[in-house]
Ligand binder design. Structure first.
Ligand code: PRP
Ligand code: URA
Length: 211
């Protein structure tokens, strides 16, 4: 699997704000939005472009635009925080939604929402989720996208854990990973170590879905 580990001082600084337990919800959301912008920028590096004629106030020249804007698919909840930064960078992107919540005992993803185009063949898809821990949620999401015909899938995650990266790499699914860090391990509750805690809770407060 192709992995882009984004090694940049601004990425590392925003990630540190997110990791710090003293960071409140509002500052966490702000740092996540900034980091999301940077990761989407990096994930977009190889998007196909097309040329078109335009005129500046001075002369005729050639402009460049995306030939095929990707569809952005946040994994709800925590992925919701990455929609605005993604749309800021790619304003004409479409957005689809996959809702998953990890069962706190089994650590398996429980699906509760799927709002996507039926046919994703030929489309570039960015699936965005701040956290890749066991990999169960992202694998589930990528399988949904692949079942709809997607073959060009980029997972944009902020904190990835080595076990989740390994699971994704061994899945055989058509996915590449863009991430700010690969943390070494999970604890007994399947939280990433050192990680940043529960990303959904740190963005929005504790969730109240009974699983
Ligand atoms: C988090 C995170 C991922 C998942 C990662 O969501 O946003 O979707 O956990 O864990 P995994 O790799 O072990 O599957 P969570 O299920 O806590 O839901 P939330 O975003 O609603 O809090
Ligand atoms: N989900 C999170 O939000 N954080 C983790 O560390 C693991 C899963």
């Amino acid at each position: 699997m192709d992995i882009l580990l984004v090694d940049h001082p601004l990425v590392a600084a925003r990630l540190s704000i997110m990791r710090d337990e003293r960071t409140n919800n509002s500052s966490f959301r702000a740092a996540l939005a900034d980091l999301g912008t940077m990761l989407i920028y990096e994930a977009s590096r190889d998007l196909r472009v097309e040329q078109f004629p335009l005129t500046t106030p001075v002369a005729a020249t050639t402009g460049t635009r995306l030939a095929d804007p990707p569809i952005i698919v946040p994994v709800v909840r925590a992925g919701l925080g990455m929609i605005d930064p993604a749309l800021k960078m790619i304003p004409d992107a479409q957005v689809g939604f996959i809702g998953l919540a990890r069962n706190e005992v089994t650590h398996e993803p429980v699906p509760y929402l799927e709002a996507l185009p039926d046919d994703l063949s030929g489309r570039t898809v960015f699936v965005v989720d701040p956290m890749l821990a066991t990999g169960g949620s992202l694998l589930h999401a990528v399988r949904i996208l692949a079942d709809r015909g997607a073959t060009d899938i980029t997972a944009v995650c902020m904190v990835s854990a080595q076990p989740g990266v390994d699971a994704l790499a061994h899945s055989g699914l058509p996915v590449r990973l863009v991430t700010a860090t690969i943390d070494p391990e999970l604890n007994e509750d399947a939280y990433i170590v050192p990680g940043l805690g529960d990303a959904g809770d740190r963005l929005y407060g504790p969730r109240n879905i009974d699983l």
